[in-house]
Design a protein around this ligand. Sequence first.
Ligand code: FRU
Length: 552
Amino acid sequence: MQTTLQLESGTRIEIWAQGPGSLRIAIGDQIVWQVPAFANHPGFFKYQHRETCEVTVEWDRPEAILWAYSYLPGEVQHSGITVWEFDAEGITRRTGAQIDAWMHSDPNRPVMHFSPIRQWMNDPNGLCKVGDTWHMFYQFHPAGTDWGPMHWGHAISTDLFNWTHLPVFLHPEQNYWQLGATGGAFSGNAFEDRDGTRMFFYTERLPAYDLFSGYREIQKIARSGPGFEQVESLTTVIEARPDGVNHDFRDPKVWWDDNAGAYRMVLGAALDGDPAVLLYGSANLVDWDYLGPLYRAPDHFKRQGARAVECPDFFTLNGKWVLVMGFVGYTQPETGRHNLLYALVGDFVNDQFVAHSNTLQLLDFGTDFYAMQSFEAEGRQIAFAWLFNWEDRKPLGYPYSGEMSLPRELSLSEDGVLCMQPVAELEAAWPGHAIKGQGSMAVQDAPFDLQLAGPLDGTTVRASQAGLLCFEISVWNNILTITLPQDDGSIGYTADLAGAQDLRIFHDRGIIEVFAKGGAICGTRRNYQNIAPDMVDVTTEAAQTFLERTSL
Ligand code: FRU
């Protein structure tokens, strides 16, 4: 198959491909770039075009090209990448609004929530705001719709809802597919130094042949140009693990600590099998000393399967310190819920974290809200999380896997509970239009936002599609429950409302995000069946505001 197209001088093309198959680019009858035979494992290939002219692109098996895009380095921050889709007829190139239109044409893709154009995405990484631009980086596997050797994807936005997709930002150290291994550029954070210099701290998992043990994880800094166009340098800063840490040792978050007059870093790990957060200190960001555990989970967690803390987040809010941790592998015996996200609120004095209470606050009773990362921007603490829990997966055959939560703003309630609410930017990006009525309401295939205020006991909200259950949210004896069609009752997605009188339910094509008690109680679930409700039946004594949300 071949096609001719115009390419501008300076265009870069980046391609992930797996054989059998080949690809070449020619100017006239002269080949200027080619891969005569892709290997039988994925590989990354790039080409830089040097002359504005017409080229012939020739390929034999479109399915060999797993992910491909082009861009002009000087323009990509404004226009984003141009996606190249190969098929038997030709190459379809899409950029900007064409990418959005293609994504929106997929009836199975949520519309308000961030998702990758194609392929696998997990944790949010490197979140930050620079000038007017919000940056979202994310764990990305460009060679498939399943988890694999990790890269950092990248997108930018000026409103937290509409995103421009940029080239892959970080690659694994080497071709792990070729080794038959996993690993790569794992999760990390953006750090802004006191002089405004920005860099990214992240983990590289070196070649891993087992998903649960026997790997090495090291911490690195990635520095890049002002717009984060391209990584300029990589420095390894921590290679050795402290005693008691066997393999899980990852997901750094760094800050300048005024009290210590030095830099501090937290890492997620396991200490002799107990999930733990480790504290490191540095005077120069490059040499780091282990200062000891910041938090070590009680024995219960190890006994119930917890393997490590993932993605620790540690930040100040209203003068208090908040520690957020994912306990991977843990199953809560009472409910059967697993891989849970917890918070503790306290003080951080002399490098010791003293929690106000030892009771961990469960951040999401629906559990499809994991690897949350928060960051400070103009005095607000904003967070995204990955809407996934390994319990249910997107059915096979979809072009991508993974969505982010709505951007949320964090706050502390008067009694010191961490609260989350959708950010105020939502109103401008997705204005709400009231749906009038009570009881049974017909809805369109659009996101909705149902707000209830008043007595909630006895409430049932049942969304259905052609009579089939999409989801049901109920409150009985103060217990809030989210039920999906596939639930068999073995896992309890419940929370105690303790008399709360506010409940807000968002729905966007199978994503259900519930906020109650001013955001102190949050429940997020990702449903893949009957995701386009046409009817919502509401039984409640509370006052209702039912908004359909449409993008501007
Ligand atoms: C959490 C996590 C992180 C790790 C990354 C790998 O979902 O396991 O601990 O850095 O994902 O993709």
